[in-house]
Write a protein that binds this ligand. Sequence first.
Ligand SMILES: NC(=O)c1ccc[n+]([C@@H]2O[C@H](COP(=O)([O-])OP(=O)(O)OC[C@H]3O[C@@H](n4cnc5c(N)ncnc54)[C@H](OP(=O)(O)O)[C@@H]3O)[C@@H](O)[C@H]2O)c1
Length: 230
Amino acid sequence: METVLVIGANRGLGFGFVRSLLDRKHFEVIATARDLDRCEKLTALKDHSNLTLLELDVANEDSRQDFIDALNQQPLDWVIYNAGIYGPHGLSLGELPEHEWQKVLHVDTVAPLLMAQALLPNLRADRPGRMAFLSSKMGSIADNGSGGSYLYRSANAGLNAAVRSLAIDLKPDNIPILLLHPGWVQTDMGGPNAPLQISESIQGMIEQIRTLDMARSGSFVEWNGSSIPW
Ligand SMILES: NC(=O)c1ccc[n+]([C@@H]2O[C@H](COP(=O)([O-])OP(=O)(O)OC[C@H]3O[C@@H](n4cnc5c(N)ncnc54)[C@H](OP(=O)(O)O)[C@@H]3O)[C@@H](O)[C@H]2O)c1
């Protein structure tokens, strides 16, 4: 059995990861939600003896510490960092909101690295674990041909830069790190017009994580393995 932690798992792609990993039978899955009293879809899976639910709001320092304490030095084979927000939609230049922008940067850029830092003992504990971060192609500067989306683009570009450093710094520990773009997927964030179903994206991303080795550590790839320019 391998132990996988999925951060931000109560809906969308995070929930998709949990369902798919439980189906594979050889994973112990630890799934997090911001409020365990309001995560009906995860609660409905509680008959699976290989599922543990823990509360975590990645933007809240006390919640992060409580979560790390609850994890109690459990060795982790995989960490899938999925939690993320887009921020307000349809903002034009001239109306960029300082507070909302800070919130998106906090959740999408700062919190993932604080969590990675806090989880290092769990990744180093037994055999070296692996870590995948859900990013977005919208964080690619080279791919930005349409402008706009300042909050989400800058937060994901920042995530990419920081995770790239993490991958370099963790090379001596043999901990491989991956940045994943899930595709444009039908979730609350992706909306109903997205071309990809959750199951297809998840299957592809799990394969990318499963086959990740140190040679590919620090790369930024789509759900199907195609590399994305920075
Ligand atoms: N869907 C797409 O097309 C697409 C494309 C590119 C990248 N992505 C990335 O893929 C990831 C998942 O996206 P999604 O489409 O599944 O989004 P989603 O449906 O909006 O779900 C987002 C998840 O993140 C959690 N979350 C948000 N803020 C959190 C916080 N402070 N603490 C803990 N959890 C928090 C949410 O929990 P609550 O339910 O409590 O809010 C929810 O479980 C995100 O990182 C996103 O940027 C998605």
